[in-house]
Ligand binder design. Sequence first.
Ligand code: IMP
Ligand code: MG
Length: 176
Amino acid sequence: MIKESDIKPLITENELQTEIKKLAEKLNEKYKDEEVYLICVLKGSVMFMADLAKHLKMPVKMEFIRLSSYGNGTSYSGKVNAVDIKLPDLNDKNVLIIEDIIDTGHTAKFLVDFLNHNFRFKDLKFCALLDKKVKRAANINADYYCFEVDDKFVVGYGLDVEGLYRNLPYIGYVEV
Ligand code: IMP
Ligand code: MG
C-alpha cells in the first residue's frame, strides 16, 4: 500500500481553490443567467465538481456518470467502458463535462462522441481540472482546464491510487 508520506506535493489546496474560482468566474461570464447542466464524471471529479459548483451563479443542474477504463494501477489500455450513463434529455441544453484529468484523452473522446451521438446540444464544453498534455493520444482537448501537469501519476483531490487518497485536499504525485 502506498503511504501518504510517499506522495510528493504538487498543487496546494490554496492553488487549487484559487484556480477553480478563476474558472468559475470565466464560466459565470460565459453563461450569464443561462441554465447549465454539469456532468460529473465519477469518481475522480467529485471534489472539483463540488468546489467549482459553489462559485457558479447561473441556474445549475447536476448529473453524475461513471465510466471506467480497463487497466490496472497506473496504466490504461485506452479501452473505455460505460458503467453508468443515465442522463435526462439534454437536447438544446448547455452542458459542461466536469473531469478530473485528461491523460491520453481516450475517456474524454469516448464521452464527447457518445454525448454528441445521443443529443443535439445548445452548447457542449469540456472542463478538466488537470491536463496531462504530454500523454495525449486521442484527438481531443479541454475547452477549459486549471493546471497542466507533467507525465507523473497524480493523486489527491478526487484522484486515487489503488482507490486511496481521493480525500486529500491537495494534489501530489507518486513515483511508479
Ligand atoms: P485518459 O487516459 O485521458 O482516458 O484518462 C482516463 C482516466 O484515468 C482519467 O479520467 C482518470 O480518472 C484516470 N487517470 C489518468 N491519469 C491519472 C493520474 O495521473 N492519476 C490518477 N488517475 C489518473
Ligand atoms: Mg476520471
